[in-house]
Design a protein around this ligand. Sequence first.
Ligand SMILES: [Zn+2]
Length: 416
Amino acid sequence: MIFKNITIIDECFGERKNVCVGVKDGKIAHIGEYVTGYGEEFDGNGYLLVPAFCSAHSHNSMSLLRGVGTDLPLDKWLNEAIFPEEAKYKAGDYYNGALSSCAEMLKYGVVGCNDMYFCGDSLYRAYNEAGIKVNMSLCVFCFDPNGDFRSQPIYREYEDMFERLGDNNGRIRLDYAIHAEYTNTEKSMTEVAEMAIMHGTGIHVHVSETESEHKACIERHGVTPTGLLEKVGAFNVRLIGAHCVWCTDNDYEIFAKNGAFMASCPTSNLKLGSGIPDYQRALSDGVKVALGTDGVASNNNLNMLKEAKLMALLTKGYNRNPALCKVSDALSAATRTGWLSMGRQNSGLIKVGMDADLAVFDIASVNTKLARNAADTLLYSCDGEAYMTMCDGKVLYKNGEYTTIDIEKLKYGIGE
Ligand SMILES: [Zn+2]
């Protein structure tokens, strides 16, 4: 396919007008003047081509829990509303929930996702079918101080999944997940870190989401959740710390010196009343800040543009400085940095040689037309719904239609 005379978000997350972008064999093969030999031609007039979004933190199967526990704080929301509902899940629910999230992500131009949940077999089926790029991480919980991770069923599940995924370098990959410090012991965290080093994977973990969780860890262990993760060796691999709302300067320094990623989920933090992350401090400390949606149950959408817009507005408002968190900072957090957090160097930029993971947005509708600056329009004026979404050069969503997901079947919850 060749996108003809289209405006693009370039490598610096600014706009570049009226260029032609050719896609061949799943890669971006050409950017510049019109050339022949690319097959299908897409008239780019009125459209904006952007690198596909990547949600650096999500729980996709939670799309079946939209609205559950609304208006509750995190501890009550989890223990009294979410955990009892999750306990009723069957394999088909994990599959349906994950596939439903895939459909929603494609609608919002999201092709990459760091998913943390359970029942890897059902999740794998959904992601394999949907055609998106996912780093799955299966949640490890351990409350017994002497408990051995290797004797848990999830240890076996990981080993089976590694066997299925081969070199673990494809469209669907596996990372380890420590659910959080407050749902694990120092021993189980150490064991998971050892396994991640052995398998060469990343570690995905909830970090300092609420003030009470952050303080309770200091009381229990004498260090912050980030300090404990450093102690158990979790920063020796690619680490994705979800939330990091209450991280200290010292915590951010630990992230920065280890090249670790913060996966911030502003809507979820606001809805659950967890707080507002200090993005400016994290960025100026050198932390790689990516964005995620978190699960639908605490968001209630998987709209990455909404997260990027919130990051920019919260940073400007919190610091009373409109010069902070520029359009390019927010857009790169929602795209390139998220892809890097999944160890996927070939995604998240419109550049020759990169994977053709792309989304097209309409910038000629009533709320976006006459845009003076396409990047600003994308961030602040678009409602988040993409016109077209592609992964590895394959169109997965276009003008409300899906090419890999049977949306009617999904609406009726027929999974198994
Ligand atoms: Zn989460």
